[in-house]
Write a protein that binds this ligand. Structure first.
Ligand code: FAD
Ligand code: NAD
Length: 402
């Protein structure tokens, strides 16, 4: 058969939504659709800080791909992408290879270390279900070692988090809830455990609304989180972080780095131009110079021409880019003009652990506390609806109707 082959790499927000849209929009005779993903499940990346802290079960963030993708319409390959040979229109997998006419690269992020010595070797990272579950188990192991007397070093109860962007802040919020539970379970005095978040910028959540930052900081401090702001992490050792110009050492048994993200390494290895860790794509989301390759989600930057800077690369934009990407693939197949991506910013809401949260909706309306938390749950459920319809909301939804 000579049907065009569309190959989607990675079943994160961007890849899952593109595949769903394509399977809804294209007739089976128009194109073959193939989705490749490392695992047979999709994970809800935006919940991984909870898995890492131990306030949510790993399985709560897992969605079986075959439950939400039409397997009659889409060929699923559970395999790892090893290399993209764009000049040959082929993708090498760990256990085989695939060719394509159109490629969607949506392999997501990896943690950026910015060359800081020791981060790669010694810090834990919130990247996927397995790495997040490892953090949860590691923290509990430190408590078990201390309470059993195997380890008498109190420093090892400390949890050190590098970077106070949204991931770092949401994570320490969950820790503020989890640590008292662990203290109770292992009969350890809460005062003995420090949760320390280190940030290089003069404030946590640099660039975010000042009132909300202040609210978040106070809420977290009230629940026992210590902040070290204006403190650049210079190095990570087996014992903890070395911070600031005077190279102060902070020791902890658990060290987690949440200092930033960049595109999957597969993208740079394929020979695309990388700027600040990602590929800057054209307005129609195609890779510059490649008419048949789209790069979306955390692998790319899409420029906001009005402000001359990229749109935020987050789940919200990944989902919206998937719509444009699917529409543009359809346009290519139909020989129609492609559309430019326009980001519809719906706001940013961050959870702070328990029933607390804060954020903005519709550009400038500020929400605090339980109202913000309710909004966060609605945002989470909206995504479940987009990816899996009402069935998935019933299974994993956060909004309680009764
Ligand atoms: P990903 O979600 O990273 O998905 C990539 C997929 O590709 C995964 O399924 C992975 O298994 C697969 N994959 C990777 N490499 C390979 C390979 N070699 N072979 C095969 N498959 C592969 N954004 C928001 O808008 N709101 C939030 O509240 C929010 N909260 C967040 C909380 C946390 C803790 C984190 C870490 C991020 C959060 N973000 C949030 C950011 C958001 O999660 C990312 O921007 C989003 O996940 C990007 O989607 P993606 O599809 O590009 O990639
Ligand atoms: P980020 O890049 O947004 O934040 C990283 C933080 O680490 C920054 O504040 C930076 O100043 C700090 N940092 C970097 N190097 C440092 C050093 N050497 N020493 C000390 N601090 C250092 O990364 P992130 O928080 O992982 O977020 C990634 C993306 O995901 C962002 O787009 C973010 O908006 C999004 N996200 C959104 C939400 C939400 O909307 N609720 C939650 C999590 C993540």
């Amino acid at each position: 058969e000579n049907k065009p082959k569309i190959l989607v790499l990675g079943a994160g927000y961007a890849g899952m939504m593109t595949t769903r849209r394509l399977s809804q929009q294209l007739n089976p005779e128009e194109a073959d659709i193939t989705l490749v993903n490392k695992h047979n499940y999709h994970y809800i990346t935006t919940w991984l800080h909870q898995v890492a802290a131990g306030t949510a079960e790993p399985n709560s963030s897992r969605v079986m791909i075959s439950d939400v993708i039409d397997t009659k319409r889409v060929q699923l390959h559970y395999d790892s992408v090893v290399e993209i040979k764009k000049d040959e229109q082929r993708v090498i997998l760990e256990n085989g290879e695939l060719s394509y006419d159109y490629l969607v690269i949506s392999l997501g992020f990896e943690t950026a270390t910015f060359g800081i010595p020791g981060i790669k070797e010694h810090a834990l990272k919130i990247e996927n279900i397995d790495s997040s579950r490892y953090i949860r188990e590691h923290i509990e192991f430190q408590f078990a070692r201390y309470s059993s007397g195997v380890d008498k070093n109190e420093d090892n109860l400390n949890i050190l988090v590098g970077g106070a962007g949204f991931t770092g802040i949401e994570f320490v919020g969950e820790l503020a809830k989890r640590v008292p539970e662990l203290c109770k379970k292992y009969n350890i005095d809460r005062e003995k455990v420090r949760i320390i978040n280190v940030e290089a910028a003069p404030t946590i959540l640099p660039g975010f609304d000042e009132d909300l930052v202040e609210y978040g900081k106070k809420s977290l401090e009230d629940r026992g989180v210590e902040f070290r702001i204006g403190a650049k992490i210079q190095e990570c050792t087996e014992k903890g972080f070395v911070i600031g110009d005077d190279r102060e050492e902070i020791n902890a048994g658990t060290v987690v780095w949440t200092g930033g993200v960049q595109a999957s390494p597969i993208v740079s290895e394929a020979g695309f131009d990388i700027v600040k860790g990602k590929v800057t794509v054209e307005d129609d989301l195609r890779a510059p110079g490649h008419d048949n390759i789209f790069i979306i989600g955390d692998c790319s930057w899409v420029m906001d021409k009005e402000n001359d800077r990229p749109y935020p690369a987050n789940a919200q934009s990944a989902i919206q880019e998937a719509d444009t990407c699917a529409a543009n693939l359809q346009a290519l197949l139909h020989d129609e003009p492609l559309q430019s991506f326009i980001f519809d910013y719906k706001g940013t809401v961050a959870s702070l652990g328990g029933s607390d949260a804060m954020g903005t909706i519709f550009d400038d309306k500020k929400l605090f506390g339980m109202k913000a938390k309710a909004m966060k749950n609605i945002i989470d459920d909206r995504y479940l609806y987009l990816v899996g319809g009402p069935k998935l909301i019933l299974k994993k939804g956060k909004v309680r109707f009764f």
